[in-house]
Design a protein around this ligand. Structure first.
Ligand SMILES: [Zn+2]
Length: 509
């Protein structure tokens, strides 16, 4: 029997044509009836001491537990659970910071906390900036205890967590205790019902502080958070603001440059004035409240902050100091605070939901995760992916699910991951953020072609030309220039060699 596949060398006998509109290009080829090398049993590779068959197995088991825990059709219940888990994640980081357990024997975190911790880690630069800014360098030494998560929970971990956090170890969906918000003006801890807290977080509601009576919504809470951070910076120049710490070239924290930018942006009379107008030393219930409350609410919001920062930029421009700032630095700072009421510089709930989608893809497309060969091959393919990244550091390569799984595991070891990717490509490698469909299709096609060019084997079991053709078909139909038609034909023929369905579900995107 002869197999007909869209792989192998173009010099071999052509069996059937690839039909593209009016253009026929002979892209199908006959190949001998034997498995090519990329389908034969693979040996496992150990990458950076952390990506191995053992860690892949432990990671897949963990991801299965994550998806089971996050299976919830009632969106209010799911959001309530995630908001509570986010607060518990902050408690977890506080625990590591205060108790300073040995990195190799940290307690096992509760499952909901683990979801947030690993999702945060899949944004390596932001994770690094957040942890160093909020706690200090020492927090980077904590790896996610992947292998230990795969065994029975020890009672010691449960006790340490419960004693420190005063929280149950297992977070239940039916947990409807009120949430706590500390008023950033009078520092009063306010209790707020779950439903109201969800509305506040979704920018749909507010809560009036029971002491100073200021209406707290996500606008005023997040803008006050930024102003408080500026105030802290003005007292101590090492406390730079979120969004300013990362070096553009390396994605690594760079205090020297950050201090200079913070000084230029925030050590300004204009900024001191908004801080003054947005704060009060609480001395008791104001009488009448209208004497100062409107004053704070009129000054502590994003509209005012944006306007005042623009004024600072104009001032710097007039003093010829604007060139010392990165062009988008003010936007970066604002996006690290705007409508974010937790101390993190990204929307962690959104990050967890995207992480959940990626996890589902890994599990749904990889029902053969318990096959030794799939596990072995994914380690070698991840190594090849990293080599490709080294050759093309500026190309946004799209990982297949088996590669993504290994990539996530690598990121769960922050210091090792940083050191490895810094030496690989000169910067901390970040996983691409969410892409729109068009960009995704283009980048996937490019990744397939690069892979084939470098390794002379298909990249994925998904067919990149199917999507690519769909996107381009309207253009192809209207095209009159044969040169463009030829370009499309060549592109499709090249893409046809970059995939093979026989590669199995693990290699889908
Ligand atoms: Zn208050």
């Amino acid at each position: 029997m002869e197999l007909v596949r869209k792989i192998s060398s173009p010099n071999e006998t052509v069996a059937s044509p690839l039909d593209i509109g009016s253009i026929n290009y002979r892209g199908y080829v006959k190949v001998p009836d034997q498995s090519p090398e990329y389908l034969s049993p693979a040996n496992a590779t150990l990458i950076d001491q952390v990506v191995s068959v053992q860690t892949i197995q432990a990671h897949v088991n963990l991801l299965i537990r994550f998806t089971k825990r996050l299976e919830q059709n009632d969106s209010t219940l799911l959001l309530g659970y995630l908001l509570r888990a986010e607060q518990r994640y902050i408690l977890w980081l506080n625990l590591l910071d205060e108790l300073k357990p040995k990195p190799e024997s940290i307690p096992i975190p509760p499952l909901d906390v683990s979801v947030f911790w690993s999702a945060h880690m899949t944004n390596p630069s932001t994770y690094q900036e957040d942890l160093i800014r909020m706690y200090g360098e020492h927090m980077m030494s904590y790896d996610f205890p992947l292998i230990r998560m795969d065994s029975e929970i020890d009672t010691e971990s449960v006790t340490i967590w419960q004693e420190y956090s005063k929280e149950p170890y297992l977070l239940e969906y039916k947990d409807d205790r009120p949430f706590l918000i500390r008023c950033p003006f009078c520092m009063k801890d306010n209790l707020i019902e779950q439903e109201k807290f969800i509305q506040l977080k979704m920018k749909l509601g507010n809560h009036q502080c029971s002491r100073c009576e200021i209406k707290l919504d996500s606008d005023i809470l997040s803008s006050k958070r930024m102003l408080n951070d500026i105030e802290n910076y003005l007292k101590d120049e090492r406390k730079c603001l979120a969004g300013t710490l990362l070096n553009d070239r390396t994605n690594k924290v760079d205090y020297r440059h950050a201090k200079e930018e913070n000084r230029l942006l925030f050590d300004q009379d204009i900024i001191r004035e908004i801080i003054r107008l947005s704060s009060t030393t609480y001395t008791g219930k104001p009488s009448p409240p209208s004497l100062y409350i409107p004053n704070i609410q009129d000054n502590c919001n994003w509209k005012v902050i944006r306007e005042e920062i623009i004024r600072v930029l104009y001032k710097l421009d007039s003093q010829s100091e604007l060139s010392s700032l990165r062009k988008d630095i003010h936007d970066r700072v604002i996006s690290s605070y705007e409508h974010l009421i937790t101390p993190f510089s990204l929307d962690l709930i959104g990050t967890v939901l995207r992480y959940k989608d990626a996890v589902c893809k890994i599990l749904m497309n990889g029902e053969d995760w318990d096959e030794e060969d799939v596990l072995n091959r994914s380690t070698t393919r991840y190594q090849k992916f990293l080599s490709l990244k080294r050759k093309h550091p500026d190309k946004g390569l799209i990982p297949t699910v088996d590669i993504l799984n290994c990539w996530f595991i690598h990121m769960l070891h922050p210091i090792q991951y940083q050191t490895f990717t810094l030496s690989l490509v000169g910067k901390i490698l970040n996983h691409e953020g969410p892409l729109d469909e068009k960009k995704m299709v283009e980048k996937f096609a490019k990744t397939c072609l690069l892979w084939y060019k470098n390794y002379n084997e298909p990249y994925s079991s998904d067919n990149p030309s199917k999507e690519w053709k769909k996107r381009k078909s309207r253009i192809v139909m209207s095209v009159v220039f044969p040169v463009y038609g030829l370009f499309v034909a060549q592109k499709l023929w090249k893409l046809s060699k970059t995939h093979d369905k026989k590669m199995g579900n693990g290699s889908t995107i």
